[in-house]
Design a protein around this ligand. Structure first.
Ligand SMILES: [Zn+2]
Length: 428
């Protein structure tokens, strides 16, 4: 059995060939590394034909990858040649237990070194290993032209580039709902670039290198290659459209949210604009009517209030006999509340309405109107009702909300602890 028959080696050969055919690897551009599992390492060990090479310093200390074996492309090797002679272009390296040196176990038969970015890859492997609970195995770097072009056209921030990509192709928010990280123009192959990427890789599985290329990761070759391909495709559409004179329309933020929701992924909400449009609120309203099973028992409709004199954020009108309700939302939203939270809160009131009625009539029938006991019972009941409704709202919002950030409007308006106690004499 030859080393090249191992699925991990075959997979890398195929990735290199596919990347070359996509036009992402001019000359010796690009590199890829694969972190072998224990079983894969054992299988590779059984196919070793040479004594190990000498230990070489990595130039970095990375104890997280100590003792691990990596398959890597060789420094200065051309991706287009990998399939022709994998044993010349690829190599298998073993990292020592301390994680500061490596030695060659297979490949580079005509001499050479692993990719000059080895330390950079290993640093990013460590980060992604932690971020994915050990699932990440592949680090892949390529020079797709359109993503590079995009870094000349858009502001170089994670949000702007991620959103530009999501807006350009419906597949983009499905494949990378977390967005992409962006690092500025840096010296290729430098440890500064490696560290800047690693910082981004704590959060993202893909990092755009301005004016240079893209770095992707994944649990297997297909995922890392597919991510490269999808980011590049979205960038290509963006650049094509820009070339053709600019977009007449694009995928809106509410459509991006709907796409993510449709395929059950969590979009990075912070990259989208606040969805205050009527269309967006309508879609949130319908979603929560379904989720909370308000419909079909109730007939409810949404009414958007644009009157700036109306001081409330949300309220409802209700006809319990006919089971009809109108939910009113203040779309002027002067307090910048999370409107999804407001919708869930108001619908929760409708949900609890029968119980609410029982308590109210219990109070009406047990206490003399306007007596102290009556006022106490009313106040206690309404306070507890609000607390319960808001508590349930938080639970549902965290579980199924598009925007999970709670509104702190009312809380922010409260007096601070110090203010409350100002003027009070300490107890002697
Ligand atoms: Zn490069």
């Amino acid at each position: 059995m030859k080393m090249t028959d191992l699925p991990v080696v075959e997979g890398m050969i195929r990735l290199c060939t596919d990347g070359w055919q996509q036009g992402w690897h001019e000359r010796n551009g690009g590199n890829v590394t694969y972190r072998l599992s224990e079983e894969e390492t054992e299988a590779a060990r059984q196919r070793l034909t040479h004594l190990p090479g000498a230990w070489m310093p990595l130039g970095e200390s990375l104890p997280e990858v100590g003792g691990v074996w990596f398959l890597a492309t060789g420094s200065g090797k051309y991706f287009r040649n990998v399939a022709l002679d994998p044993e010349d272009a690829l190599c298998l390296v073993e990292i020592n237990e301390a994680g500061d040196s490596y030695r060659l176990r297979w490949g580079l038969k005509n001499g050479g070194r692993p990719t000059s970015e080895l330390a950079a890859h290993l640093l990013n492997h460590s980060v992604r290993y932690m971020a994915t609970g050990g699932a990440c195995r592949v680090m892949y770097h390529a020079h797709p032209a359109h993503i590079v072009a995009l870094t000349f056209l858009e502001e170089l921030t994670d949000k702007t580039i991620s959103r530009a990509l999501w807006q350009s192709e419906t597949e983009a928010p499905m494949v990378f709902p977390g967005g992409v990280g962006v690092v500025g123009c840096m010296v290729p192959g430098s440890m500064d670039l490696a560290r800047a990427s690693a910082e981004k890789m704590k959060e993202y599985d893909a990092v755009v290198w301005a004016h240079h290329g893209l770095f992707t990761s994944g649990p297997d070759y297909d995922t890392a290659f597919g991510l490269m391909h999808t980011v590049e495709k979205a960038a290509q559409v963006r650049v094509l459209v820009t070339n053709a004179g600019g977009a007449k329309q694009q995928i809106s933020d509410s459509e991006i949210r709907a796409i993510a929701e449709g395929c059950g992924v969590q979009i990075r909400e912070a990259f989208l604009e606040e969805g205050e449009s009527g269309e967006e609120l309508e879609s949130l309203f319908e979603k929560w009517c379904r989720k909370l099973r308000i419909t079909p028992q109730w007939d409810v409709k949404l009414e958007l209030v644009r009157d700036p004199a109306w001081r409330k954020t949300g309220d409802f009108k209700i006809d319990p006999d006919d089971r009809k309700a109108i939910l009113m939302l203040n779309v002027a939203n002067p307090r910048q509340e999370n409107m999804e939270e407001v919708i869930v809160h108001e619908l929760m009131h409708i949900k609890l309405y029968p119980l609410d009625q029982v308590c109210e009539s219990l109070i009406e029938n047990s206490f003399e109107e306007d007596s102290k006991a009556y006022r106490f019972a009313c106040q206690t009941f309404f306070e507890d009702l609000e607390v319960t409704v808001e508590e349930l709202t938080k639970c549902f919002l965290l579980e199924g909300g598009r925007n999970k950030a709670f509104s702190y409007g009312r809380c922010a308006g409260r007096k601070s602890f110090d203010e409350l106690y100002k003027g009070l004499k300490p107890i002697e």
